[in-house]
Design a protein around this ligand. Structure first.
Ligand SMILES: Nc1ncnc2c1ncn2[C@@H]1O[C@H](COP(=O)(O)OP(=O)(O)OP(=O)(O)O)[C@@H](O)[C@H]1O
Length: 855
């Protein structure tokens, strides 16, 4: 298949009811814009696509014309009726009878005719098939005559029946018979009819033996209540009954289309355009006469006749024209529904002067005038259509408005709109004006939307949520007119909230339901909700959050995200990238937590105090905010050999330090990622990082290698940093002792054969301390570690060797050594007694070698 055909097929199958830009089609087809543009132009020239708009141009597949296209409202209020009629046409083998009801002039005959045309177009009846019409009312006083006209008669059937004559049923064979005012059909004829419907046979008048055959499709119509007038047996054989609404029941836009169409027909008649005052058009759409569409057409005809008589020579015939609020209706013989819609938009637009209104609103917003001013401007404009709007319509529109309000503003955002009639009346009028003037042309300017966003971003966001529930085309600029009367009393309160609150939860409506409860209890829009599918990625979430934040105020003091589960840190890092305000992320979302935080947001508490308050929601709840990794001074512990070691170090630090420092452990890989993805601000409160491996980072962060602190310079550095963070010298020393002990135990635990490393290290620590005491020295970590390991292994060795009683005598070489020997003997006394061992002289000589440089 050629690319051009593929494009057409795709558009026809999947996008038939959408208007697409060239770029969109290019994206769908996976081709370049240039190539697609050429194909689209070709398809347009071939009459397969409709083109609309400029910059951008929109393309849509041209729908095949059906007979129903002539019906105003076929895609609107009469859609369901046309769908049913189509079923009655195509249902095999030869459709089924249908009954059209409705008052006079609503279009019953018109509809019957359309059905016949469509049946022909679809080929379910032949091209020669006839549309035969009989109005039973015409023969109401002569039932015999009516019956004979319908069924035909035999010669001699009645006086004057001089020869056989076929009836309308014969004429309609293989085609349609439209029986208007069917309730006037006498009972006998009704009986004959249902027998024909059952058997396909009937008897002409005077015929008793030879039935005739006919295959007729029936359409019945009546203005009466069928249950009272038609035989039940006949009714039962008519499976479909449709009722066409009266003129005044039709939507305003359709009524206007009918009126314009009527003028158009008159223009065709005189072959000249009519210029019609908008006030006249608006009066005509209020006509509520028994004759319905027919009556409106008559009124139009009379108006045109009067205008023609007065100014028949003019090239354009004016109808009630007094100023420039009028519309030119051309003798075009068939406006498309789009053209009719455009005329309607012009009518309302001119009437309520909407273009000027939009400009005035934008100006007023820019001039910082109060929202009451803007609301008044809208009110004044929409009130001008008041005289032509029937009260019933306003009631219907109000109920639509209230439904959308309940579903969004009230239930999810805690907004309570006024209850007074006037409020809802003005909103309904505004909605009416918007809907009537909504043009189908896409690509509109967004000036007013931008102006509102600048002044009332949060309120506009709410209005857009409401719009989505109310309008079929929620993103139209004109919808914004409703913003002012609807939210005027609320904008101050809504804009008064200075934080962006976001609830994130997995599941279909978890977040939304918490949002509803909290916003309602607080009586304001504090939180928006993002419900996420279970398999949503953090990237998707941050994209959604980003979108949301873009719609909110740029001057918000911060963003507060409460979410249900997942990695707090990861969430924070992701969201931080899309938010340029202070950010707080709290996990383990519950309704109680959201309510507590909501109330604080409502009170305009400070960011810090809200962050602190959020910490009380259970141990696992973690809070992070923008000042960095943590809002407290902190130390990061991260060891390559695993989280286990980091946790141990954290434990030791927590046990020995004052508690002022927050110790966080971080997986080594994660730490590198965090360092890579964050800037200096993130580590503002971070005092240093303790690690086992060197870490590369461009950021200005102190990194201490755990093995370096075993030596003096490293230890001094640790001491310096900890003391700078408010720790005492003593606690740093305690920490060091703990670490030494820990590392010694780690070092010896696999090499000791039977002794408990914890206990033996305790002993050797005491021994080392006593050497230090005696000589008044402070050994550094590395030598201590060495000593600890050496001594603990030695004690075990002694336990084993003393049993064998081996060992050479010790010969001290100097006074210093002699002193060492005797000191050592007394220092070791304790362990010797405890373990019933004798430390050999050789071991003491080794100790001397080890400690000689320091004593
Ligand atoms: N939906 C429609 N679109 C366009 N024209 C319509 C529509 N409905 C009715 N009309 C026009 O209204 C006029 C009156 O319709 P029609 O005569 O079919 O009404 P009716 O219900 O059959 O009336 P009655 O009961 O008096 O016979 C016709 O000229 C028809 O063309």
């Amino acid at each position: 298949m050629k690319a051009i055909d593929k494009i057409y097929r795709t558009l026809n199958q999947d996008y038939a009811d959408q208007k697409l830009t060239t770029q969109q089609v290019a994206d769908i087809a996976g081709l370049t814009r240039g190539v697609v543009s050429a194909y689209l132009s070709q398809l347009h020239s071939a009459g397969k696509l409709v083109k609309s708009g400029t910059r951008p141009v929109y393309w849509q597949v041209k729908a095949p014309r059906t007979a129903f296209d002539q019906v105003i409202g076929a895609k609107g209020s009469l859609q369901a009726i046309t769908d049913r009629c189509l079923e009655a046409i195509v249902y095999p083998p030869s459709g089924f009878p249908l009954l059209i009801t409705g008052p006079s002039g609503v279009g019953k005959s018109f509809f019957a005719n359309i059905i016949f045309e469509e049946a022909k177009r679809l080929g379910v009846i032949g091209p020669q098939a006839k549309f035969v019409v009989l109005n039973a009312a015409d023969y109401a006083n002569n039932p015999e005559l009516l019956s004979s006209i319908l069924f035909g008669y035999k010669k001699g059937a009645f006086t004057g029946a001089l020869s056989d004559k076929t009836g309308l049923i014969d004429q309609a064979d293989q085609g349609y018979l439209f029986l208007d005012e069917v309730h006037r059909l006498p009972q006998s004829s009704q009986e004959k009819l249902f027998s024909l419907l059952d058997t396909g046979q009937f008897y002409p008048l005077g015929e008793t033996s030879q039935p005739r055959k006919a295959n007729v499709r029936f359409i019945f119509a009546t203005t009466e209540k069928v249950e009272d007038t038609l035989l039940k047996t006949l009714l039962r054989r008519i499976p479909l009954q449709v009722t066409i609404p009266t003129f005044i029941e039709r939507p305003l836009s359709e009524r206007l289309a009918i009126v314009v169409h009527a003028f158009e027909q008159e223009a065709v008649r005189v072959q000249r355009p009519y210029q019609v005052a908008i006030a006249t058009l608006l009066q005509l759409i209020r006509v509520d006469k028994p004759g319905n569409v027919g009556a409106v057409q008559n009124d139009v005809k009379l108006l045109c006749a009067a205008a023609y008589t007065a100014q028949g020579n003019a090239p354009v015939i004016p109808v009630n024209v007094v100023d420039d609020a009028n519309i030119l209706i051309q003798p075009k013989a068939g406006y498309t529904s789009e053209q009719l819609n455009n005329i309607i938009s012009q009518v309302i637009d001119k009437h309520a002067a909407l273009t000027a209104l939009k400009a005035k609103l934008s100006q007023s917003l820019a001039a910082n005038e109060s929202v009451t001013e803007q609301s008044l401007l809208v009110r004044k404009a929409v009130k001008t259509i008041e005289p032509v709007v029937e009260p019933q319509l306003v009631v219907t529109i109000q109920s639509r408005l209230k439904k959308a309000y309940q579903a969004t503003l009230a239930s999810r955002y805690g907004i309570k709109l006024p209850e007074d009639d006037d409020f809802w009346y003005v909103c309904a009028l505004t909605l009416l004006v918007i809907e009537l003037s909504q043009s189908n042309a896409p690509g509109q300017d967004q000036t007013l939307t931008k102006a509102i966003h600048k002044r009332f971003p949060r309120s506009l966001y709410l209005f857009q949520q409401f719009s989505a529930a109310l309008f079929e085309q929620p993103d139209q600029e004109l919808n914004n007119l409703l913003f002012f009367p609807l939210l005027a009393t609320w904008v101050d309160k809504i804009e008064g909230i200075q934080f962006n609150g976001i609830l994130l939860a997995h599941g279909q409506s978890t977040a939304a339901s918490i949002q509803g409860v909290v916003n309602n209890l607080c009586g304001n829009y504090l939180f928006s909700a993002l419900d996420m599918s279970v398999d949503v990625s953090v990237k998707d979430i941050s994209r959604q959050v980003q979108q949301y934040l873009a719609s909110q105020s740029a001057s918000a003091k911060g963003t507060i995200v409460l979410f249900d589960m997942g990695s707090l840190r990861q969430m924070f890092t992701e969201i931080r990238d899309v938010s340029d305000q202070e950010l707080m992320v709290v996990n383990n979302l519950t309704t109680a937590m959201a309510l507590d935080i909501g109330l604080r947001i409502q009170r305009n508490d400070s960011f810090e105090s809200i962050a602190k308050a959020s910490l009380k929601f259970g141990e696992t709840t973690d809070t992070q905010y923008y000042e960095g990794l943590s809002n407290q001074k902190n130390v990061i512990v991260s060891c390559m050999s695993g989280v286990g070691l980091s946790e141990e170090i954290k434990k030791m630090m927590t046990a020995t330090l004052s508690g002022k420092l927050e110790i966080t452990t971080e997986d080594y890989k994660d730490l590198n990622m965090i360092l890579e993805n964050n800037d200096q601000r993130f580590f503002n409160n971070t005092q240093f990082v303790i690690t086992t491996t060197d870490i590369k980072s461009d950021l200005n962060i102190d990194v201490i290698n755990i093995y370096d602190i075993m030596e003096k310079p490293g230890y001094q550095c640790l001491e310096h940093l900890l003391m700078a963070a408010g720790e005492s010298k003593k606690s740093v020393k305690n920490l060091m002792d703990q670490m030494l002990r820990f590392f010694s135990i780690e070092g010896v635990k696999d090499r000791l054969q039977f002794m408990n490393p914890d206990i033996v290290i305790g002993e050797v620590q005491k021994i080392t301390d006593r050497y230090q005491d005696y000589y008044g020295i402070e050994l550094d970590g590395k030598i201590k570690l060495n000593l600890y390991m050496h001594l603990s292994l030695m004690i075990e060795r002694m336990i084993l060797t003393s049993r064998t009683g081996q060992g050479a005598a010790y010969q001290p070489q100097s006074d210093k050594e002699r002193e060492f020997y005797s000191v050592s003997r007394s220092i070791f006394k304790g362990v010797e007694m405890k373990y019933n061992i004798k430390i050999e002289d050789y071991e003491i000589s080794l100790m001397y070698q080890l400690l000689k440089p320091y004593i």
